[in-house]
Ligand binder design. Structure first.
Ligand SMILES: Nc1ncnc2c1ncn2[C@@H]1O[C@H](COP(=O)(O)OP(=O)(O)OP(=O)(O)O)[C@@H](O)[C@H]1O
Length: 270
């Protein structure tokens, strides 16, 4: 579905160019959920933004490829990238309020995303928007369509963003820490929703997270990043039970034991 190879991105800074990711490669196979993990600053977001053509002006991909549906996204024209984003790849960012336009009614935002890719009348747009909002369990979707982003809770706003990302039924969904900005009580609900949207079909998911528990629960494959490089990747079952790289072992050792595990009981009773 997506094959990234040799991807290298730099940022222009006052002290000269800074290499944020350096020759990374991984694959997202069709119908598979792939988790990208690594500590803060390891290059997870830069990877996603490089692939989607969403780097800020002072960031530049200086090498590598990202093959998707027979095209290299890195050298693709702006027009092609606009077609791919939203239509063939659904993107869910960290902060839903950054992704939604504060001054447009939600219905208008659905209309804009629809019309960027297809011709559709107002009633048809509304119908599609309602269906997508229902599929992410937004209560009173008619009222949500009439309202603005600031009237929504963080969890509801992220549901709207997911509904927008799913609007055109994209075969690949990319989510960059989709629950970081949300209350802990709704984090699992949002991850469950994303997982449900991609489950049981040919749809693939690339999920960036720093939470290895999330990868264990939702992903079949994992890519481990450190300092702009991929240090290890493979099936979650293999990497988590038999990590090859010392950094992966360190990350796994840093995960607190589940409260029901034997080692945690020892801690509690001591
Ligand atoms: N806007 C920027 N300007 C300059 N350098 C940047 C910028 N954004 C990222 N970088 C560089 O790229 C590196 C990787 O950043 P990135 O945001 O991809 O990390 P991350 O793994 O997503 O971290 P986090 O989990 O905190 O989101 C940073 O360490 C930094 O050196």
């Amino acid at each position: 579905m997506l094959t990234v190879s040799g991807l290298t991105t730099e940022f222009r800074t006052r002290k000269g160019p800074v290499r944020a990711i350096d020759g990374i490669g991984f694959e997202v196979p069709t119908g598979v959920a792939v988790g990208v993990v690594g500590e803060t600053g390891s290059g997870k977001s830069v990877t996603i933004r490089s692939v989607l053509g969403l780097l800020p002006g002072y960031g530049r991909v200086i090498g590598g490829r990202a093959e998707f549906e027979g095209h290299d996204l890195i050298t693709a024209s702006r027009k092609r990238l606009r077609h791919v984003r939203g239509n063939r790849i659904g993107f869910v960012a960290q902060n839903p309020f950054g992704a939604l336009n504060p001054v447009l009614r939600i219905e208008k935002q659905f209309a804009n995303v629809v019309r960027a890719h297809r011709r559709m009348g107002r009633a048809e747009v509304r119908d599609l928007a309602l269906r997508r909002l229902e599929s992410v369990q937004v209560p009173s979707p008619e009222r949500v369509l009439r309202g603005y982003a600031h009237e929504l809770s963080g969890g509801m706003a992220q549901r709207v963003v997911i509904a927008l990302a799913m609007l055109h039924d994209p075969p690949l969904v990319i989510a960059d820490e989709p629950t970081t900005a949300l209350d802990v009580t709704v984090q699992r609900q949002i991850l469950d929703l994303i997982a449900a949207q991609v489950a049981g079909g040919d749809r693939s998911l690339l999920l960036v997270t720093h939470d290895l528990g999330v990868v264990a629960q939702y992903c079949a494959r994992v890519v481990v990043m450190r300092s702009g490089e991929v240090v290890e990747q493979g099936a979650v079952a293999d990497v988590f039970t038999d990590p090859q790289h010392p950094y992966t072992r360190k990350l796994l050792a840093a995960v607190p034991p589940a409260p029901w595990s034997a080692s945690a009981r020892v801690e509690v009773t001591r």
